[in-house]
Write a protein that binds this ligand. Structure first.
Ligand SMILES: [Zn+2]
Length: 71
């Protein structure tokens, strides 16, 4: 991963910094933030999809169980 630097003083910045801790200028990290949000959203939707698939499998499994073994 590429290290971010303050465009005003060249100080190394933390990934989520909004302000440079050395000179106090606002750091333009909109692009990084947007990419991070998209990445996080994609992960979350995959996570939700996995949960939905597992729940459906359980529901279908229970349904088949009661169809074949239920009274
Ligand atoms: Zn700075």
């Amino acid at each position: 991963m590429k290290a971010r630097k303050c465009e005003f003083c060249g100080e190394k910045l933390n990934k989520n910094s909004t302000f440079c801790k050395n000179c106090g200028n606002k750091v333009d990290n909109n692009k990084d933030v947007k990419e991070a949000v998209i990445d996080e959203g994609t992960k979350q939707s995959h996570f939700l999809l996995t949960i939905i698939v597992v729940l459906l499998a359980i529901i279908v499994g229970l349904g088949l169980y009661f169809i074949f073994f239920g009274d």
